[in-house]
Design a binder for this molecule. Structure first.
Ligand SMILES: Nc1ncnc2c1ncn2[C@@H]1O[C@H](COP(=O)(O)OP(=O)(O)OP(=O)(O)O)[C@@H](O)[C@H]1O
Ligand SMILES: [Mg+2]
Length: 260
């Protein structure tokens, strides 16, 4: 197995408050990692450290064995797609311009190649080509969400960071987007780091789940292992909440998480 992201003894505080400390994590290439934990426990902080939006005050982060501290931050970000919840599109640009923003920077000379890429991604996220001419406020929330994902994917990054990307959409759209992102992961082999509040979503999507509480790792395992052997009381509570919610027996649930 090949490691793609590593946190090495990372610390980050804001003022007096330490958010994470002695944080170590190794993520393998091609993994679909879901991160779940209580609000304010540091999930977004961890995600933003991967693309250099937040710098650790201590420790190091490596991508493909290179310390991101010593890398050109723009080059780093081109290789890392970032999709966040709600309102992330450029409002004054059409959908086509939004999606082609990064590819245009990358292959300035080859406009045709970018056009093809935009068409490909818009269809992969399940939207019609005739939407390309519209502006973000002429799309529904769920459609905008899909454009955000297409934009994050359009530069063909090796790593895709997603921060509660399906939080703002209804259940049906959410289910469809989940299927699409699973399909994209299967087809491209991209490494995904996906933050969610929803334990069912974490189990459904993840090849690995990271459970966090107050900046500490409670469990880092396959979803199946987490459901079978929750490491701590915190994880136990999380798992039992999800079981009640979905009305599943342990056996049914393992089957469900095995379907990935
Ligand atoms: N710029 C900042 N200045 C001060 N405190 C901050 C700053 N950014 C984040 N924090 C604090 O750091 C902690 C971790 O924030 P973070 O955004 O990583 O949480 P999270 O796990 O993503 O939470 P949520 O699930 O609510 O999105 C929170 O207590 C937050 O208030
Ligand atoms: Mg967050």
């Amino acid at each position: 197995m090949e490691e793609i992201i590593r946190f090495d003894d990372v610390k980050k505080s804001y003022g007096e408050k330490t958010i994470i400390e002695n944080f170590n994590l190794s993520i393998e290439k091609g993994e679909f990692l879901t991160i779940i934990g209580s609000s304010g426990c540091g999930k977004t902080t961890i995600l933003k450290m991967i693309n250099g939006l937040i710098e650790p005050e201590y420790g190091n982060i490596f991508i493909k064995n290179r310390n991101i501290n010593e890398e050109n931050i723009i080059d780093l970000r081109r290789n890392i797609g970032y999709a966040i919840q709600g309102g992330v599109l450029f409002p004054h640009m059409t959908i086509e311009e939004n999606i082609s923003y990064v590819p245009n920077l990358l292959n300035k000379k080859n406009k045709e190649k970018t056009k093809e890429a935009v068409k490909k991604w818009i269809s992969i996220v399940g939207l019609e080509e005739d939407m390309l001419e519209r502006y973000p406020d002429e799309l529904s929330g769920g459609q905008q969400q899909r454009v955000g994902i297409a934009r994050a994917l359009a530069a063909s990054p090796d790593i895709l960071l997603m921060d509660e990307p399906f939080g703002a959409v209804d259940e049906i759209t959410r289910g469809q987007l989940q299927e699409e992102i699973l399909d994209i992961h299967n087809r491209t082999g991209i490494t995904i780091v996906f933050v969610t509040h929803d334990i069912a979503e974490a189990v459904k999507l993840g090849t690995k789940v990271l459970v966090m509480n107050e900046g500490k790792i409670e469990q880092y395992s396959s979803p199946k292992e987490m459901l079978k052997n929750p490491n701590t009381d915190f994880v136990k509570a999380l798992v039992s909440r999800e079981r009640k919610f979905c009305n599943l027996s342990e056996e049914e649930e393992c089957k469900y998480s095995n379907a990935n």
